[in-house]
Design a protein around this ligand. Structure first.
Ligand code: NAP
Length: 296
């Protein structure tokens, strides 16, 4: 079997076009959704993520309030800025780019964000709501995975999903979303991690595999059954002297071998990656609608 490749760029672009239309109609009501972006320090990877997020805001017509703070910014100064954004009606979502410099406590900072503006979906209030199945801001990468499955026509109801990875930002939330008694969920979910004995015995049973281990080749062709659906969240740098940057990006699965065995598979890059920023935009537009009491 040769897999259909899930085109994350196209799905992300479709969702962004829909959001752009929503932003146009919000603007006609005098509402401009706004995202407050905070970057502390000059980590090159963080800088490029933040720039991509700001560009994406511009592309769909969101207002973005960009704050690039020096590396030495104190935790108190950062929290003061967040508190100002919490009460600023022009800001519907607050994004603090992680990781933060070591002298700042990440958890304290994320807790300072008003949950109603927590468009990253990392605040314990939003995580708690997600777990009990209440409407909340969903964390962007897991939400992106759900949208990829939905828009690729993958039925999750009754499927056995194996999630490889249990981080707070990917593995745990994506597993939680998939077992909810809801549309585009209602799956039987197994979560695997480094404590799992015989990973292959679990992945072999999977109808859908979500790979979020952060290690290349965690899933190989001998570990899956024919026709499996594979969503590869991993982003790993592999040395490659033929590339200008000296490296290339690969996911967590052996893509070349698995595309001959799976029914559907996401590439890296171009699979889950483009969905993460898209879902941040989605949450910001949702937040603006909630703040202005606009219902779908
Ligand atoms: P993380 O915090 O390092 O967590 C990795 C998880 O995978 C851990 O739970 C770990 O188990 C488990 N794991 C590692 N090796 C394993 C193995 N050989 N077998 C089974 N489980 C294994 O990483 P993360 O933040 O969740 O990110 C995962 C990957 O997704 C990374 O490559 C990251 O760059 C990528 N990512 C991509 C996006 C995107 O937008 N595309 C967004 C976020 C993350 P233990 O808990 O036992 O250590």
């Amino acid at each position: 079997m040769t897999a259909r490749i899930i085109d994350g760029k196209q799905i992300a672009s479709d969702i962004r076009s829909e959001l752009k239309q929503e932003v146009i109609s919000l603007k006609q009501k005098g509402i401009i959704p706004g995202l407050g972006v905070i970057l502390v320090g000059d980590d090159p990877a963080s800088k490029s993520y933040v720039t991509a997020k700001e560009r994406a805001c511009e592309e769909i017509g969101l207002h973005s309030d960009d704050n690039r703070l020096p590396k030495g910014t104190s935790q108190a100064e950062l929290i003061t800025l967040i508190k100002k954004m919490n009460t600023d009606p022009k800001i519907n979502g607050i994004l603090v780019q992680l990781p933060l410099p070591k002298h700042i406590n990440e958890s304290d900072v994320l807790m300072a964000i008003d949950p109603v503006k927590d468009v990253d979906g990392f605040h314990p209030v939003n995580i708690g709501k997600m777990i009990i199945g209440e409407k909340s801001f969903l964390p962007c990468t897991p939400h992106g995975v759900i949208k990829l499955l939905e828009r690729s026509g993958v039925k999750t109801e009754g499927a056995h999903v194996v999630v490889v990875g249990r981080s707070n930002i990917v593995g745990k939330p994506v597993a939680n979303l998939l077992f909810q008694k809801k549309k585009n969920a209602n799956a039987t979910v197994t979560i695997c991690h480094t404590g799992t004995k015989d990973l292959k015995s679990f992945t072999k049973q999977a109808d859908i595999i979500i790979a979020a281990a952060g290690r290349p080749n965690t899933i190989t062709a001998d570990m899956v059954k024919d026709g499996v659906v594979i969503i590869d969240v991993g982003v790993n740098r592999i040395e490659d002297s033929t590339k200008k940057a000296g490296f290339r990006l690969v996911g967590d699965v052996d893509f070349e071998a698995l595309k001959e065995k799976a029914s559907l598979i996401t590439p890296v890059p171009g699979g889950v990656g483009p969905m993460t920023i898209t879902m941040l935009l989605y949450n910001t537009v949702e937040s603006a609608k909630i703040a202005n009491m606009i219902r779908d």
